[in-house]
Design a binder for this molecule. Sequence first.
Ligand SMILES: *[C@@H]1O[C@H](CO)[C@@H](O)[C@H](O)[C@H]1NC(C)=O
Ligand SMILES: *[C@@H]1O[C@H](CO)[C@@H](O)[C@H](O)[C@H]1NC(C)=O
Length: 191
Amino acid sequence: MAVRCLLWMGLVLLGALGVLQTPAQAQLSVQPNFQQDKFLGRWFSAGLASNSTWFREKKALLSMCKSVVAPTADGGLNFTTTFVRNNQCETRTMVLLPAGPPGRYSYRNPHWGSVHEVSVVETDYDQYALLCTAGSKGPGHDFRMATLYSRTQNPRAEFKKKFVTFAKAQGFTEDTIVFLPQTDKCMEEPK
Ligand SMILES: *[C@@H]1O[C@H](CO)[C@@H](O)[C@H](O)[C@H]1NC(C)=O
Ligand SMILES: *[C@@H]1O[C@H](CO)[C@@H](O)[C@H](O)[C@H]1NC(C)=O
């Protein structure tokens, strides 16, 4: 299997397969005074936590992906992710709709009709962001995943540590937390 992007694959596959995840918990907090305009631009998916069976099996095959976040007309986010598949660069777009307080979005899986809630739980905008994704409706509503996004492909140790603490607070155990290896492929800025 080719290297793939986690946030995107997680939402599409884990939700679809309906694998049992961490049980739904109280709604997550979001970054206080979240400023969407400062969150835009390029991010790398540097770390991920999920205790799904799918993730346990495939985690060794996964690597870092690049995402470009842009605003949509209705106040949501256009999350365009580039990843390597069959030795080629592929992109996927996820449109996140605003859902409640700034920093919280919802995503509807067009194939399965399931709805996921994506929260920017903490960010300093120019170095790191901690996101949490949870299924809220339909198949895969037990799904839960924590992600570390980094502005660079080499997140500083303090942000990795922050992510581990964050993931553990979400109930993920050490063996379900991974840092994704860098890849040179498909990471360039578009010319
Ligand atoms: C994931 O974690 C939750 C709670 O910690 C547990 O109920 C669930 O069975 C776990 N799933 C797997 C596939 O290990
Ligand atoms: C999202 O961004 C991509 C890349 O810029 C663009 O091709 C696509 O049309 C955008 N989609 C929406 C709904 O804004």
